[in-house]
Ligand binder design. Structure first.
Ligand code: ZN
Ligand code: ZN
Length: 133
């Protein structure tokens, strides 16, 4: 998926709002155990933008280092997970698709980290599985 549009989104409580003003790519359903714990959901759908194309229009993100060199950004009021950034991929900022005001804009094209996919989660979407990212 490759999309260029101005997208807006925010957290559950509205304290954090963001705008994306550049190309959106690599929308994927992540089955890793860290996304699971961070969200409380069996799968988290992400897309990727360049960090310079992401700006906060309200509030600020709190961060948590979920692995060395990688940081998850979330709203400290309501807990919505919003961003993921790893120093090993400085051109990539991952954003949770379902914090977009209109998640229908995004078209995930694969499942990632599927070796830890839960056995009771069945998504008959026909999309390819990737053992890593
Ligand atoms: Zn919030
Ligand atoms: Zn993940």
């Amino acid at each position: 998926m490759n999309l260029t549009a101005t997208l807006e989104g925010g957290c559950l409580c509205g304290a954090v709002r963001y705008r994306i003003g550049g190309p959106v790519r690599d929308a994927a359903h992540c089955h890793c155990t860290l996304c699971r714990k961070a969200s409380g959901a069996p799968v988290v759908t992400w897309f990727t933008v360049a960090p310079r194309d992401f700006s906060l229009t309200r509030g600020r993100l709190s961060t948590y280092k979920s692995t060395p060199g990688a940081e998850r950004g979330f709203c400290s009021s309501c807990g919505s997970p919003i961003t993921f950034f790893a120093q090993t991929s400085p051109e990539d900022l991952d954003v949770t698709a379902c914090t977009l005001d209109d998640p229908e804009t995004i078209r995930p094209d694969r499942h990632i980290w599927t070796t830890t996919r839960l056995s009771w989660l069945h998504m008959a979407d026909g999309l390819p599985d990737r053992e890593g990212e």
